[in-house]
Design a binder for this molecule. Structure first.
Ligand code: FAD
Ligand code: UDP
Length: 370
């Protein structure tokens, strides 16, 4: 018997496991993948730490989380500033004076605001009710059409007027010449990759890989006093109340030996729909002046999730949120002792810092530290 069975070795599971171990608890961590780390897993390929499941830039406003993560790694001062490629034209992201200048030739914040006001009035939007209306009222029609509409529909596989407004509010809109993608006090990339962080967090815990809870339920259900479950809540209940929707990604990783610098930036967003991938990532640029031979490029192809795929993005619209609530209700009745946590267990679009903070707060609550 273990004190804790942690299903899933992503950041949520790893932080909680570390906290439990620190308090003298015995911990078994299982993961159905062949490696630990969940979606933040990185792998060394030609001396570059490659983000195997998409670009992961750590950013947070929480000093607690930043200090905590820095106990496990050295972070560099990488600042994310992706560029958008729309039919061969390059625009700066997020939406800032650089973007407005390129789009309209405006040079001052006042001119940019006037242009956006004019386009907002033309669209006649008062109270934005969905992503399309929210985007137009934030940045106007031109930016919506070239940098948002097709990219978003590619990413989510749904029309922008059927998507929730909050998704686009993740991006800052700045009337400054500042192309830092995140409004965060702290930001960086761990110089030795994210996998090292997870390994350190899991030191002293027993880890079983290639072990799917749902396929080994009988053995695992009674193996520990407590279960923290960071997999899909709908899968846990065998989809008995219906499927939650997710978006999945297919990653194509390409090693290039004939160039040391392919795209000149870590992240390029391909915002027109004729390009089938969303982002291309050149990993070496995360590591500031990394002098290595060759380079690795990863491209992200989005599609609708089906059983057997990795569920990368929850689709948090009203319908799915309601299904999720009914699963929570079911969990409260059927298995009140299991704690569903993390991006899949809570079906929420958490960034890494929120995932880490939630896991810390959960351990505070359980171990009565604060
Ligand atoms: P996960 O990493 O999904 O871990 C869940 C784990 O549970 C997985 O390892 C899975 O294999 C395992 N599992 C599931 N079901 C079972 C089962 N039945 N049995 C055993 N194991 C199971 N955040 C940022 O802050 N910055 C970024 O730049 C950023 N970029 C992102 C880019 C992409 C493409 C994606 C998809 C996410 C990005 N994120 C980013 C979010 C970040 O990945 C998450 O916040 C974080 O990984 C959440 O960790 P988690 O442990 O909750 O979930
Ligand atoms: N987005 C966009 N164009 C871009 C980048 C983002 O329209 O070039 C939209 C898209 O709808 C996306 C949302 O902004 O879902 C939030 O972007 P973010 O980079 O936070 O998405 P992530 O991939 O990290 O979830």
């Amino acid at each position: 018997m273990y004190d804790y069975l942690i299903v899933g070795s992503g950041l949520t599971g790893a932080v909680f496991s570390h906290e439990a171990k620190k308090r003298g608890k015995s911990v078994l961590v299982i993961d159905k993948r062949s490696h630990a780390g969940g979606n933040i897993y990185t792998e060394n390929i030609i001396n570059i730490q490659v983000h195997m499941y998409g670009a992961h830039i750590f950013h947070t406003n929480s000093k607690r989380v930043w200090d905590y993560m820095n106990d496990f790694a050295v972070f560099n001062r990488y600042t994310n500033s992706p560029i958008a490629n729309y039919k061969g034209e390059i625009y700066s992201l997020p939406f800032s004076m650089y973007t407005f200048n390129k789009m309209w030739g405006v040079k001052t914040p006042e001119e940019a605001k006037a242009k956006i006001d004019e386009q907002r009035r033309m669209a006649g939007i008062k109270e934005p009710k969905n992503l399309e209306e929210q985007a137009i009222s934030l940045v106007g029609i031109d930016i919506y059409e070239r940098l948002i509409k097709e990219y978003t529909e590619k990413q989510w596989g749904r029309p922008c007027n059927e998507l929730p407004a909050f998704i686009i509010k993740r991006l800052p809109v700045r009337f400054k010449y500042d192309n830092n993608y995140f409004d965060a006090l702290y930001q960086g990339i761990p110089v030795d990759g994210f996998t090292k962080i997870i390994e350190k967090m899991l030191e002293g815990c027993e880890v079983r890989l290639n072990c799917d809870f749902c396929k080994n339920r009988n053995e695992l259900q009674g193996i520990a006093e407590n279960i923290i479950y960071t997999g899909q809540i709908d899968e846990y209940f065998d989809y008995s109340l219906g499927h939650l929707e997710y978006r999945t990604l297919r990653f194509e990783h390409e090693i290039m030996t004939d160039t040391d610098n392919f795209q000149g930036n870590a992240v390029v967003n391909w915002t027109d729909k004729s390009v089938p991938y969303m982002r291309s990532v050149e990993h070496k640029h995360f590591y500031l002046n990394l002098e290595t031979k060759g380079t690795v490029i990863s491209r992200e192809f989005p599609s609708e999730w089906k059983r057997g795929d990795e569920p990368y993005y929850p689709v948090n619209n009203e319908k799915n949120n309601a299904i999720y609530e009914s699963y929570r209700e079911l969990a409260r009745g059927k298995c009140p002792d299991i704690i569903f946590a993390g991006r899949l267990g809570e079906y929420k679009y958490y960034d890494m810092d929120t995932a880490a903070l939630k896991a810390l707060e959960l351990s505070d609550k359980i171990f009565n530290q604060r």
